[in-house]
Design a protein around this ligand. Structure first.
Ligand SMILES: [Zn+2]
Ligand SMILES: [Zn+2]
Ligand SMILES: [Zn+2]
Length: 137
């Protein structure tokens, strides 16, 4: 897979630095989106926070990663490339995250964006639903 990530980075216009490859590899194994602090902790080769944050944002801009807030007021990142596009259900009690996807929802969102007056194109979107998971209710 490492070769694959290098290739993906180059295609997106990045230099395939060990730091960026490590980020993609780390997030590949995660089931839920991670905060910068969590990523920082899990990285074997430590990266300083500013560099790490810049890399995450740049990768998100090119849609290699997806960013979501999950109602916490700060960013969480997960791998987007090679993964099925999806959205999140978030438990407000235990912070459990479940993925969901629905093609008819995507159609509705595209349609809604087309009706927007001041926007020409939409490049990405994220959507979160909040409630209580089965264990917490
Ligand atoms: Zn819960
Ligand atoms: Zn997700
Ligand atoms: Zn969507």
């Amino acid at each position: 897979m490492q070769q694959g990530f290098k290739e993906m980075l180059r295609k997106a216009g990045f230099r395939a630095t060990p730091g960026k490859v490590a980020l993609l590899e780390l997030l590949q194994d995660e089931v839920k989106p991670l905060t910068v602090v969590e990523i920082q902790k899990k990285l074997r080769q430590k990266q300083d926070t500013v560099t790490l944050y810049r890399s995450l944002e740049a990768l998100t801009e090119k849609n290699l990663l997806a960013r979501s807030e999950l109602g916490h007021g700060h960013a969480h990142y997960e791998l987007s490339v090679g993964k099925k596009h999806h959205h999140h259900l978030v438990c407000t009690s235990c912070e459990r995250v479940e993925d969901f996807s629905d093609p008819s929802l995507e159609t509705a969102l595209i349609k809604a964006a087309k009706n927007a007056k001041a926007f020409k194109s939409i490049n990405s979107h994220s959507l979160e639903l909040f409630g209580l998971c089965a264990r917490c209710s």
